[in-house]
Design a binder for this molecule. Sequence first.
Ligand SMILES: [Ca+2]
Length: 184
Amino acid sequence: MRDKLINVKNCLVTCLIITMFSGIAYAGPNSSATCGLDMNFSTTDIEADIAASAGDIITVAVVAGGVSNLDTYQAELVYDTTVLEFIEGYEEVPMSGIRNLLKTNRGTTLGFQAVEKEPGTVNIANTLTGTDTSEAPEGSGILAIIKFRVLEDDPGKISLANVHFVDSSQAQDIIRNTAGGNVN
Ligand SMILES: [Ca+2]
């Protein structure tokens, strides 16, 4: 009886260790990366809030932090449709000296998109051409620039959802450390 209990216990410990290791194996190199919104792209500080009135146009930057060999990203901006209207998205604004993070190491990108897939949700995605690790950037930078029209004087918010980063060896992470922004 005692041997059986010890066997059951050993089995439970083994199961626990397997679960822990598979958990570690699943977390890729970007598991601790961040993704946040800078509600005013024209200033260098990252602002979580912007003051705006009906009729104003706000330009929001999607900013990644702590990435490792980033090759591809996808994210959703979820916003209040009563307060905000999506206008357009860009991967960078060269005239303002704003380059896309993916191009940091002279790589070229393919298929940037910022598409309103349903009212209140804009999907952004972008990828490096090829999978050259030497072109895949480290660190922090701009993933997208998104313009919204403010429809009401009421406060509204934009949050990030379904953020996925993929590195140059095709290891994919869901980015859980995200930060949205507020229109006041
Ligand atoms: Ca700013």
